[in-house]
Design a protein around this ligand. Structure first.
Ligand code: ZN
Length: 396
């Protein structure tokens, strides 16, 4: 069965004759049109394509990464619960300057070093109950598609070639972001888009293609030997694997600008079609008053938490909140999540709870992935409602 083949109702020939029309209609078919994300309806048909901006495999996984991938996993699970087949693509950004530098300082080739980091990442995700995506494209396997994107953007007038670069004109991405120019300049600089680079026409132009120095991976192209730009990599991988008009684009809230803004703008400029119907920016995890980040060393590592706590408790810690709100991690929160999990297990062992309780749990999940609301119902009603929720959230 292909990844795109949908499961469906077994009744394939209908009923001929009035006397055969017995039994109740299956109201569960309405679930697929009931999903709301970010306050807006996201009705689904048969298959839902989800692109998750994945890791740059150069270092350990921290709790902020885990939050994004656990929420993407729950989104896929809720889609499945709604009777729709999720097709999840989570990329690996393995052509990236921080990875290249990390590998070089260890005397390793970047792609071989990346594979080792990916292995550890997969172990952590597996322990957290995150399903393997249907596809995990690596940027180095999609260089041709980035070049096709560059060619399309040049043809449509949204990019220009200069000195080995293909620059994407970024004014549209800035306008769509809702940010002020000053805010956007700070973010562009923070995320390596080098707004003060004098070689481009405008500070907000970003490279689709750029030349490589002797230490960077390089591929031949019509514009010279070089490598893809970061935003272009994800744009190309998303379209190559899932096509246009995907149902959900998922990433941490730190990817809102510039990464997702440019990724979306490039695809729309090249193809005339939106990249995604919805975008989920998962709230960032803070610690000691600052955002959890490798660059600052302000980290709690997933591997460390899994040494001392049950994986399901760590997973529940990430899920018992709104998906789109930033939050502050502290150790007592994890202990509280473990106690909440114990109460849920105890409640699930009961035989009470009505069909309406199970339906209420489903309704909460479909309404903007309201996990805390679903957990409250499951904990108070217990029984089948709690068991259903534990299964849907992969906490059992
Ligand atoms: Zn991405």
């Amino acid at each position: 069965m292909s990844a795109f083949a949908a499961s469906g109702p077994a009744l394939t020939s209908g009923v001929v004759g009035l006397e055969g029309r017995v039994g109740d209609p299956d109201e569960s078919v309405l679930r697929s049109a009931s999903l709301r994300i970010g306050g807006s309806p996201l009705p689904l048909l048969a298959v839902a394509r989800v692109y998750v901006c994945g890791i740059t495999p150069y270092d350990v996984t921290h709790l902020g990464h885990a939050a994004t991938f656990v929420w993407a996993d729950v989104l896929a699970s809720v889609i499945r619960m709604a009777g729709v087949q999720p097709v999840v693509c989570r990329n690996v950004t393995d052509v990236d300057d921080v990875l290249t530098r990390a590998a070089r300082t260890r005397g390793r080739h970047y792609d071989e070093y990346a594979l080792g980091q990916e292995f550890v990442f997969h172990q952590h995700m597996s322990r957290l109950g995150v399903r393997r995506p249907d596809s995990e494209p690596r940027a180095r396997h999609h260089v041709t598609h980035v070049q096709q994107l560059a060619a399309a953007l040049l043809t449509s007038g949204h990019a220009y070639a200069r000195d080995g670069h293909v620059w994407f004109r970024g004014a549209g991405a800035l306008a769509a972001s809702g940010l002020t120019r000053e805010q956007a300049l700070v973010l562009s600089a923070d995320y390596g888009d080098q707004p003060d680079d004098p070689r481009k026409d405008d500070p907000f132009d970003v490279p689709v293609w750029r030349p490589s120095d002797e230490y960077d991976p390089a591929w031949p192209s019509p514009w010279g030997w070089g490598r893809p730009g970061w935003h272009a990599e994800c744009a190309a991988m998303a379209v190559a694997v899932l096509g246009h008009g995907i149902d959900a684009l998922v990433g941490g809230d730190d990817l809102t600008f510039p990464h997702h803004a440019y990724q979306s703008a490039m695809v729309e400029a090249a193809a005339g079609l939106p990249l995604a119907r919805s975008i989920l920016h998962v709230g960032g995890v803070h610690q000691d008053g600052a955002k959890m980040a490798k660059s600052t060393g302000n980290l709690t590592l997933v591997g460390d938490l899994l040494e001392t706590h049950a994986p399901a408790a760590v997973r529940l810690l990430l899920l018992d909140r709104r998906w789109d709100e930033p939050w502050e991690f502290s150790a007592p929160h994890l202990d509280e999540a473990a106690r909440r999990l114990d109460r849920l297990y105890a409640a699930a062992g009961g035989s009470t709870s009505s069909d309406s309780a199970a339906g209420a749990v489903t309704a909460r999940l479909l309404d903007d992935l309201d996990v805390p609301g679903a957990l409250d119902i499951a904990e108070s009603e217990g029984g089948a409602a709690a068991r259903q929720l534990l299964a849907t959230l992969s906490l059992s």
